[in-house]
Design a protein around this ligand. Structure first.
Ligand code: GTP
Ligand code: MG
Length: 196
């Protein structure tokens, strides 16, 4: 599969606003500032399709991008931004859990984890939900360009040890929005899940 076109469709703050055409969805989940928007831009070869923020926690909407006129990339609001009021954090949790629980056209989730850090408690809670709701997911270790190449194999192996006990985890791989590391593999796995 080649990603030839991508366009912003809508930003939703509740599930009633989501597209109703039934097209398959690939969703991007991860803590605030982990690199979700940059990831989408890299996959689509676009600089500013998904707005990447200098101001973490700003994206509160679920942003939909139509790809190849055929399926959606869904940029989910980031979690774990401590400076947000508790009320917003809990409404975020309800929205995402309802989305994961009910969205039958969701084909795959890209769970993003910073390659330089251990997965957070919230990261582990998210993959717990994904597994519980039987949603296939791929773990991408972001900002891999910030790691020395010599450290990479051990970091990837440690992450594989952590995530492979979840039966819906399809793979764990390093990714960089700067140099494109991992992009070809990610596109291939997305294409497989769109077909299934
Ligand atoms: N070096 C490097 N920096 C990255 C990479 N991906 C993202 N960044 C930087 O990390 C910051 C956050 O990236 P975003 O793509 O906005 O992260 P996000 O997950 O969409 O953040 P929120 O929308 O706030 O949840 C930006 O300054 C990006 O330039 C990467 O692969 N390598
Ligand atoms: Mg973003």
């Amino acid at each position: 599969m080649k990603i030839a076109s991508a366009e912003f469709v809508l930003g939703a703050v509740n599930l009633r606003q989501l597209p109703k055409d039934g097209s398959k969805e690939i969703a991007f989940l991860g803590r605030s500032n982990v690199g979700k928007s940059s990831f989408i831009n890299k996959l689509c070869n676009r600089k500013n399709l998904a707005r990447s923020s200098v101001d973490p926690g700003k994206t509160r909407e679920m942003n939909y991008y139509l790809v190849n006129g055929e399926f959606y990339f869904v940029d989910l609001p980031g979690y774990g931004y401590a400076r947000l009021p508790e009320q917003i954090r809990s409404s975020w949790g309800k929205l995402i859990e309802q989305y994961l629980k009910t969205r039958t056209q969701l084909a795959l989730v890209l769970q993003l984890v910073d390659a330089r850090h251990e997965p957070t408690e919230l990261d582990m809670m998210m993959v717990g939900w994904l597994d519980y709701y039987e949603i296939p997911f791929l773990v991408a270790l972001t900002k891999a360009d910030k790691l020395p190449a010599s450290k990479m194999p051990r970091i990837v192996q440690t992450a594989k040890d952590t995530f492979s006990r979840f039966s819906n985890c399809r793979d764990v791989l390093p990714f960089s929005s700067i140099n494109g590391l991992g992009k070809a593999e990610v596109v291939k796995i997305i294409a497989e899940h769109l077909k299934a």
